[in-house]
Ligand binder design. Structure first.
Ligand code: GLV
Ligand code: MG
Length: 297
């Protein structure tokens, strides 16, 4: 998986799978991905209806175009995984999110149904990707095992609401989750999957709080964030889009080291900033991201 193509996804917009009004408009936003929810946003007696509605929507999607289509299925404990997978695995589906993952076994159960359904649809094995939502202490402690359970896993997403409940945090702030979130960053990096995706921000009117907490997560190694309302998308996209100053600086770092190498030195003093190969790699990352997002050529 690590070398396989995976698109840049800054924002993942959730929509309840049983809400016609929301589902009608959800693909018309600037979100990079849409997550059609069959789990906690859908009451139990609406789950069957939701999976039928979601399946009809996927039939109209094309696999490799923005916003990429994901579905958050229910945890395998609910014993409806087979019905869900059989309806949603179609050409237009990019990936699934598995909620409350706590063990490699959770993944294996889902994977078996995915393998069978991909074969039935004549789809390449492994095409449907998995993002694992980690929302409990058990999930955090099993993160490395979970990643090794399937090549389909492209990364983790953190679930703050369930996590706060699991470890009994009354009023979470950024520091409440620093240790578990950093753990996900380390495991993702060690196993060369995508950086983890940040949790939703539930205060829809606090734009400043959304921006600050997104920057905090970005600065500990997250990339991208889930959203529950379209109005959160522009802030999330902005946080994970290199600014023109960042791009100019990255370009001058790359040029400075290029010139230094001509003079047989591997490091250079750039106006008081020490620049060596590690800094250049980071700068190249910003340039590559900007190219992938189409901001520069
Ligand atoms: C999301 O599922 C969360 O629990 O925050
Ligand atoms: Mg949750």
């Amino acid at each position: 998986m690590p070398n396989e193509f995976f698109p840049i996804i800054r924002s993942h917009l959730y929509g309840p799978g049983n809400n016609v009004k929301i589902l009608d408009k959800i693909f018309d936003t600037e979100a990079d991905a849409v997550v059609l929810d069959l789990e906690d946003a859908v009451p139990y007696d609406q789950k069957k209806l939701a999976r039928t509605m979601v399946s009809e929507i996927i039939a109209d999607r094309s696999y490799n175009s923005r916003p990429y289509t994901f579905v958050r299925i229910n945890h395998p404990n609910l014993k409806i995984t087979e019905e869900e997978i059989n309806l949603i695995v179609q050409d237009g589906l990019f990936g699934i999110r598995i909620p409350k993952v706590e063990s490699a076994e959770d993944i294996r159960i889902v994977e078996e149904f995915l393998n069978a359904q991909e074969a039935k649809c004549g789809m390449k094995n492994g095409r449907i990707k998995i993002i694992c939502n980690i929302e409990s202490s058990k999930g955090i402690l099993s993160a490395a095992n979970i990643l090794q359970a399937s090549d389909r896993i492209v990364g983790f997403a953190f679930g703050a609401a369930d996590f706060a409940e699991d470890i009994n945090i009354w009023k979470p702030d950024n520091f409440s989750f620093l240790y578990p979130k950093s753990h996900l960053v380390l495991v993702s990096s060690a196993f060369a999957v995508q950086p983890p995706v940040d949790s939703v921000f539930t205060d829809l009117n606090d734009e400043d709080g959304l921006r600050k907490s997104s920057l905090f997560a970005k600065n500990i190694g997250f990339f991208g964030r889930s959203a529950i309302h379209p109005k959160q998308i522009s802030i999330i996209n902005d946080v994970y889009t290199p600014s023109s100053e960042e791009i100019t600086k990255a370009q001058s770092i790359i040029n400075a080291l290029h010139n230094a190498e001509k003079q047989n030195t591997g490091a250079v003093n750039m106006g008081g900033d020490f620049v060596d190969i590690a800094i250049v790699k980071k700068a190249e990352g910003i340039i590559n991201l900007s190219k992938s997002l189409g901001i520069i050529k």
